[in-house]
Design a protein around this ligand. Structure first.
Ligand code: UD1
Length: 417
């Protein structure tokens, strides 16, 4: 297993480019199954989660080619409507094949996703939406089997906001007969990008960027070519790298309007941010001020930047509180950050961070994707050498992170295991 060795304390400077958004691309990859023919996606990073989803689609019978940040998916010959345990257990987002398979072929079999490092993560809302659209769901031997003869539009009122369930509900409803109302829908940019992609394919979905979606079912969708949106979480991670290392850096190829909550919190922490159309320059203040955050659905502060912002707060001049309302147990990074001499306590779903004067390099272990990003940030700021093991987690969601950070002055090396 590969490791990172980081020698902290280096000043960063320059511009870092953001890659395409993994969380936007994964559902769009499965949405291509809704049309017969070849769809082409541009601005696709070469990430393990994308490779894994390509594998899932190949198992179903799609032809998938990846070349130079472009992904071609030809779904003309799909004939096996199953996502097996071996794949779903490695990537929960495999559940995204369920809606499109059901909509196009009338059946889908997907291994029941297990727990993961950030919590239990149920899929009841995905299944509720499909049932309300007319699917019959059976769960046995660790598999979810969904079948339908005809999907019919309906009112789906989610009791809580779920990105994944909203995406699956939309993909199930686009070709259902009649009108579907989705209430309490997620309105993350990744959902909006899925809606735009589907509308380009010929779907009729209104209400993007709001929590009430109206879908008028169509009988047929066509394959399309589209650019994928930039990754707001990667962009946010790099902005926090600037704040933590006391460095002025620019983050380019991003959409600042997707990062409003983070930008506000970085300003409260004493940084100056200069916003352009597709780039943000961060200039850190003299010291890091303590800032409280609460993670909530978009447009509020994203849970996927909680670990990274918490890392920034370890060096703040005072105490801060971070409340996690999306995945209440998502604090695996705390114990690792404390190994670097941070002072963090967790009480229920809240981390209480008492800022320290410095972090000290140590050996730590990555536990999940965003926790690994937080450890990289901590390593950049810590004095001395930090070794991070199990970095396969970070390769799921950050494209060439060590090369991108080295190019702006970080001392980070990958040691192949
Ligand atoms: C997606 C993102 C993940 C991000 C999360 C929240 C992808 C591939 N992953 O995950 O990076 O952290 O959104 O922004 O895009 N829930 C249920 N029942 C369900 C589904 C979800 O109770 O059927 C709960 C979850 O346990 C959680 C909350 O709803 O407490 C939100 O989860 P959800 O938005 O569904 O997250 P994912 O789509 O899995």
């Amino acid at each position: 297993m590969d490791k990172f060795i980081i020698t902290g304390g280096k000043k960063l400077s320059g511009t870092i480019n953001v890659s395409g958004s993994k969380n936007a691309i994964l559902p769009i990859m499965t949405a291509t199954l809704l049309a017969k023919g070849k769809s082409v996606l541009h601005n696709v990073p070469f990430l393990n989660d994308i490779k894994m989803m390509a594998h899932v689609l190949r198992v179903i019978g799609a032809r998938v080619n990846y070349n130079d940040n472009t992904l071609e998916i030809d779904s003309s010959h799909c004939s096996f409507f199953e996502a097996p345990y071996e794949l779903v257990s490695k990537m929960r987002a495999s559940i995204y094949v369920m809606g499109p398979l059901l909509a196009r072929f009338g059946e889908a079999k997907v291994s029941f996703p297990g727990g993961c490092a950030i919590g239990t993560r149920p899929v009841d809302l995905h299944l509720m939406a499909m049932e309300q659209l007319g699917a019959k769901i059976d769960i046995s031997h660790g598999y979810i089997l969904a079948k339908c003869s005809k999907l019919k539009g309906n009112k789906i009122n989610f009791p809580k906001v779920s990105v994944g369930a909203t995406a699956n509900a939309i993909m199930t409803a686009v070709t259902a007969q009649g009108k579907t109302d989705i209430l309490h829908a997620a309105c993350e940019p990744e959902i909006t990008s899925l809606i735009e992609f589907l509308n380009k394919m010929g779907a009729k979905i209104e209400g993007e960027n709001t929590d009430h979606l109206i879908i008028n079912g169509v009988t047929r969708l066509e394959p399309v070519t589209a650019d994928m949106i930039p990754d707001r979480i990667e962009a946010g991670t790099f902005l926090i790298a600037g704040a933590l290392s006391g460095s002025e850096i620019s983050v380019s190829h991003c959409k600042p309007e997707h990062l409003t909550a983070l930008i506000q919190k970085l300003r409260e922490s004493g940084c100056t941010l200069n916003i352009e159309k597709d780039s943000i320059t961060i200039r850190p203040g003299k010291e890091i001020l303590p800032v409280d955050i609460i993670t909530e659905p978009y447009p509020k502060f994203p849970t996927d930047l909680q670990a990274q912002f918490l890392t920034l707060m370890t060096l703040a001049k005072g105490q801060s509180h971070i409340r996690e309302t999306i995945f209440p147990d998502r604090f695996m990074h705390v114990a690792e950050l404390n190994r670097l001499d941070a002072d963090i306590k967790v009480e229920g779903n809240t981390a209480i961070i008492s800022g320290v004067d410095k972090l000290s390099g140590a050996q730590v272990m990555a536990t999940d994707l965003r926790a690994s990003a937080a450890l990289v940030l901590a390593g950049l700021a810590a004095q001395g050498k930090t070794t991070i093991s199990r970095i396969y987690h970070i390769d799921r969601g950050y494209e060439r992170i060590e090369q991108k950070l080295s190019a702006i002055g970080a001392d980070i090396q990958r040691i192949q295991g």
